[in-house]
Every structure is written in C-alpha cells, then in structure tokens.
Design a protein around this ligand. Structure first.
Ligand code: PXP
Length: 240
C-alpha cells in the first residue's frame, strides 16, 4: 500500500520572522530543513496581504527546493500572474478573506465557476497540477471534477476542532470518508489539511485513499518543543 505523503506548510516560520521585521527565521532554511527531514513537499500560502510568506520567499524557495512546491493562492488576477510566472509543481486554490486568521472553510464553487475553469486550464497548460481546497462535500467534489482539477484537498478544520475539543467527531469523520471514496471514484487525487495535529492526523490516516496531508500550524508549533532543548544546549555551549 502507498504511504500517505506529508506536505509541510512553512507559512508560520514567516509569521515568526515578520513579527520582528527581521530576516530570521528564514522560510527558505525551513523549507530545505523540512526537505532533509523527510517532507514530501513544501506548501506556502502567498496571501493578498503578505502577512507571512512574501514574493521573495516564493522565488527563493522555488529556485532551491528539490521536492515539489505547492503554492496556495486565492483565485485573483494578481495571484494568477504570480503563479504562472513561478510555475510551482502544484497550485492549490483556496478561498481568502482579508480579516480571517486562517483559511476558514473550503471554496465556494458556485461562485465564478467559469473563471475557475479558465485559470485551472491555464495552470495545467503551464505544467502546474491544480488542487481545489473544498469542504468534504459530494457536490463540491462533482464540481471540482467538472472544472478539471487534478486534486481536491478536503478542509479538515471542523473535524480537527471537534477532536481537539474532545467532542463527538463521528459524523464529520463520516463526511470525510465518503468524500475520499467519492473523489477517488471520480479519479481525483484526494488530499486533506487544516488544523491537523498528531491526534487528528492519526485518526484520518486510517482512511484509505487520502494521498497527502498538508500540515502547518501544529507542526511548526510542535517543533518548538522538539527543538528547544538543542537550541538551549547550543547557547549554553556558546556562552560558557
Ligand atoms: N491546507 C490548506 C489548503 C491551507 O490553506 C492550510 C492553511 O494555510 C493548511 C492546509 C494547513 O493548515 P494548518 O496550518 O492548520 O496545519
């Protein structure tokens, strides 16, 4: 059986850098470090307000990375041009609201279907594979197929919230399972992401047919605890 791929989202390395307006920690260094540490791909989300990753990060990471780069973008003209110019291996189209803290839900596929179809075709001609970030819903999967997407990424945020708050997640899990089966039946690659932790990823990893998880916030946060000991040791050595 094929193992599930792990896409590592490094946006929040840039969040920490930007909090001080300094040039570290470097998202490029994080991308290369993740590559060396076993990530199958690197994800970055270039937001309209550039609150984490910026255009220069994208350029540097694209030129140095050996594993595939997955660029998340909103379906806007500006992002279309940037994505066409940079030719990432994968493009994941996500909804984006300026005030949101993170991507709150899947795409509203009833809205601007023609524009989406047009840009998906442009990206594919430009040799980028295209994924749509959607709710785990049968109708959204059907629409994604009709728009010619290669992949759907199922938004796991609701499920993960229920797991984290120790609430009943059974019906949300069922929705995800059904969506995975249906997506695979239509010949779509099915990815999953948003809010995943060790616990929620473990539950979802039991579902057959998910090809890849994309994980960011928890993974970067947990790295503080898995890495702090070594950093403190290094300071101890330097200042002794
Ligand atoms: N997948 C997509 C499409 C996303 O927009 C995000 C958040 O940027 C993630 C995965 C990762 O979510 P998290 O940072 O909560 O792990």
């Amino acid at each position: 059986m094929n193992r599930i791929k792990l896409g590592v989202n490094i946006d929040h390395v840039a969040t920490v850098r930007n909090a001080r307006g300094d040039n570290y920690p470097s998202p490029l260094r994080a991308a290369i470090f993740a590559q060396k540490s076993g990530a199958d791909s690197i994800t970055i989300h270039l937001r309209e307000d550039r609150r984490h990753i910026n255009d220069l990060d994208l350029k540097k990471i694209k030129s140095k990375l050996k594993i595939p780069l997955n660029l998340e973008i909103a379906a806007t003209k500006e992002m279309l041009e940037i994505a066409l110019k940079n030719k990432p291996n994968f493009i994941c189209i996500v909804p984006e609201k300026r005030e949101e803290i993170t991507t709150e839900g899947g795409l509203n596929l009833k809205y601007r279907k023609d524009f989406l179809k047009k840009i998906i075709s442009k990206f594919k001609k430009n040799k980028s594979k295209v994924s749509l970030f959607i709710e785990p819903s049968i109708s959204d999967i059907k629409v994604s197929k009709s728009l010619n997407a290669d992949t759907v990424e199922l938004h796991t945020g609701k499920f993960c919230n229920l797991v984290n708050r120790k609430k009943n997640y059974k019906s949300e899990l069922k929705k995800i399972k059904k969506a995975v089966i249906f997506g695979n039946t239509l010949g779509l690659n099915v990815h999953a992401g948003h809010g995943l932790t060790f616990q929620s990823a473990k539950i979802l990893s039991k579902i057959k047919g998910i090809k890849e998880f994309n994980i960011g916030h928890f993974l970067i946060g947990e790295s503080i605890f898995l890495g702090m000991r070594n950093t403190i040791k290094e300071f101890r050595r330097i200042i002794k």
